[in-house]
Design a protein around this ligand. Structure first.
Ligand SMILES: Nc1ncnc2c1ncn2[C@@H]1O[C@H](COP(=O)(O)OP(=O)(O)OP(=O)(O)O)[C@@H](O)[C@H]1O
Ligand SMILES: [Zn+2]
Length: 643
């Protein structure tokens, strides 16, 4: 909401337009107003020493110069149906002060109000600039190779298929695939991951990452606006627009609060003089101070400033959240449900054992690999890789069909083959005691067993193991420290699931068919707010069912669009980091609201009883805004990860 023209919270004007790049505060209209009113004040003060009679009129002039632009905005809003604006409060207070003869204070009020606006603008711009800085990471130009010659082109105009020449030290200008060369690539701008990765021919690279070592040729695979970094920036910018429930509360609050303040001011102005003969000028003066105290700008700025700072900090650390709503929900997380394959584990299972029953090991692997050509499951790739490694030719089975959550079937050389989970395989072939014992033992070791059935009898067992990510146990432990429970959701069998989950120190719900995951999330949600973490691609329904759905993955393979947020570094610990950042943001907001309301409450009382006057009132208002914004900007330096 910062930087947008007012979007209906009834408090226009105090919300800041983005300052264009390269424009300093004093070059903006509001900045010039500060300089002009400041100069008038200085002249008037000097004059008051030399020629007191003229000083009064100089203060009046200073006040009028300052109040006219504010009054114009106030009346524009009023004629648009929003009479209770911050500008209106300010206009009434300043002109009122002029009428009761407090010209010096009226001028000071107008000046400090202008200063406050400029300070807010500077702070809001800082939060925004740190998001925009992400975009500056993509170079403006690129060198392409065409018909054997090279030329420099505009990076925004790069077309898919063009070949980029990337020298060592260059930033890569587009998402693409390496066609020539091997080099260490620093992807920290895109994923927040600071350790460079060595990449070679055929591997993807992302716009904004830095080529560290050797020259590369890269084939452009995405148009400029579809680059991963462009998508991330767009997402963070859109996220800024999404309004948190707390923010909506403040809007509603302000809508009642502003008229209430005006009513109270009228009461203070008229009641004492009419009821018990108070001095008119005294009570009008106090009422005007009350109007200034009533200005809710600190309250209005507190939430969006904190959210903008938090989104930007998160983005730089590879933690994306789509707006204040997500931050607020993430902060409340009581249970994190993790998908197993590809989230808690690396998603690259390896074959560890092959047991053959009455067949050769060779045939077991050959049959299994043949039907697995019809599946895109990670287990399928592992089995095919094993066949290749053992120099067993992989032929494609006919009629190969994947059965979701169970396995695959197909026919090779007239042999009908099934490869899949033993609990489904037992319906297709008899398992003797020896086979059952082997399955039990392997699963208890955290391995997934694929039973291979040929023409209705068990031909063999293939055990596979998908190692947990290096930081999975640490991530689960960090979550526990935050008071958050972790649960693993998996389609794998209960024994394997329990073995892996147990080693990581978390609970497990296993043997879930794809639809069951949604039901599992819903039942967890009845216990505590759930965050679901998955790869975002085949578990979109589960991500959607959870209070917060977070996709985990690096660069292009993460489905940013389907989730509420993403952990770009593929680290389990970053899930804890995200919750920490969300909680820090919410407590920052709570502190800000307390500061804003607390200061107002104190000065409300002192103004009504006449202990403090107009200029203290406006100073408290501006001061509260500055304190609140400065506090929000502290989030820009928040380190979400634990050392
Ligand atoms: N192509 C396949 N080859 C062998 N077994 C398979 C295949 N597809 C599915 N299975 C079996 O079915 C089970 C359930 O599969 P599903 O894809 O639902 O879950 P998963 O990938 O193992 O686990 P997760 O839910 O954690 O991603 C697997 O654990 C495996 O035993
Ligand atoms: Zn204010």
């Amino acid at each position: 909401m910062i930087g947008k023209a007012d979007s209906g919270h009834g408090l226009p004007g105090h919300v800041h337009e983005a300052t264009p790049d390269g424009v300093s505060w004093y070059q903006t209209n509001k900045g010039r107003l500060v300089l002009v009113t400041g100069a008038c004040l200085a002249i008037a003060w000097t004059a008051s020493l030399l020629w007191p009679a003229a000083a009064h009129w100089l203060f009046v002039a200073a006040c009028l110069i300052g109040v006219v632009p504010v009054a114009r905005r106030a009346f524009a809003a009023a004629s648009a149906g929003m009479p209770f604006t911050i500008e209106m409060l300010m206009t009434i207070a300043a002109t009122g002060a002029l009428f009761i003869g407090a010209a010096e204070e009226a001028a000071l009020v107008v000046f400090l109000f202008a200063v406050g606006e400029v300070l807010e603008g500077v702070a809001a711009d800082r939060a925004r600039a740190s998001i925009r800085a992400l975009g500056d990471l993509v170079p403006k130009t690129a060198i392409i190779e065409e018909n054997g010659a090279t030329r420099q082109v505009d990076a925004a105009a790069l077309a898919i298929g063009q070949i980029l020449l990337v020298r060592p030290g260059d930033r890569i200008a587009a998402d693409g695939e390496i066609t020539d060369g091997v080099s260490g690539i620093d992807e920290s701008p895109v994923t927040g991951e600071s350790v460079p990765k060595t990449k070679g021919v055929g591997e993807p690279v992302f716009a904004g990452s830095v080529n560290r070592e050797a020259a590369l040729r890269v084939r452009v695979s995405k148009a400029a606006e579809d680059n991963t970094i462009a998508r991330i920036i767009r997402l963070v910018e859109e996220a800024q627009e999404a309004r948190a429930p707390t923010e909506r509360f403040i809007d509603r609050f302000s809508r009642i609060y502003m008229p209430a303040i005006v009513g109270l001011a009228l009461l203070v102005a008229f009641l004492p003089p009419l009821a018990f003969g108070g001095e008119w000028s005294v009570w009008i003066y106090r009422a005007l101070a009350l109007l200034l105290i009533g200005c809710p700008c600190a309250l209005v700025i507190s939430v969006p400033a904190a959210i903008a700072a938090s989104l930007s900090t998160g983005a730089r650390q590879g933690l994306l959240m789509k707006g204040g709503v997500v931050i607020e929900a993430a902060a409340k997380t009581g249970i994190v449900a993790f998908d197993k394959t590809g989230t808690l584990t690396a998603g690259r299972p390896r074959v560890t054992e092959i047991l053959a029953f009455g067949q050769s090991e060779h045939d077991v692997v050959a049959w299994a690999a043949a039907v697995e050509t019809g599946s895109s499951h990670p287990l399928a790739m592992a089995i095919i890789d094993r066949a290749k490694a053992d120099a067993i030719p992989v032929r494609a089975a006919s009629q190969a069909t994947a059965i979701a959550g169970q396995g695959v079937t197909g026919v090779l050389d007239g042999v009908a083959i099934f490869v899949g989970a033993p609990r489904h395989a037992v319906k297709r072939a008899r398992f003797d005691d020896q086979a059952n014992a082997a399955v039990e033992r392997l699963e208890a070791e955290g391995k997934t067993v694929a039973a291979v059935i040929a023409n209705g009898s068990l031909a063999g067992l293939i055990a596979l193991r998908d190692e947990p990510r290096e930081d999975a146990a640490a991530g689960v432990a960090e979550l526990k420290e935050l008071g958050v429970r972790s649960v693993m959701l998996t389609g794998d069998n209960a024994r394997t699931g329990a073995a892996i989950a147990g080693a990581l120190g978390m609970a497990c719900k296993a043997e879930l068919m794809p639809d069951d995951k949604v039901a599992a999330i819903k039942s967890l949600a009845s216990e505590a707010p759930v965050m679901m973490v998955g790869d975002g691609i085949n578990d979109a329904p589960a991500l959607a069912a959870a209070g917060v759905g977070i996709a985990m993955g690096s660069g292009t393979d993460v489905a940013l669009e389907t989730a509420d947020g993403a952990v770009l570094k593929s680290r389990v610990r970053d899930v804890a980091a995200m919750i920490r950042l969300a909680r820090a943001t919410m407590s920052n907001i709570r502190v800000n609201i307390a500061i804003a309301l607390g200061l107002k409450a104190v000065f409300l009382v002192t103004s009504v009883f006449g202990y403090t006057g107009l200029w203290v009132a406006i100073l408290a208002d501006t001061g509260a805004t500055v304190i609140v914004t400065a506090n929000a900007l502290r989030l820009l330096r928040f380190k979400a990860g634990q050392a």
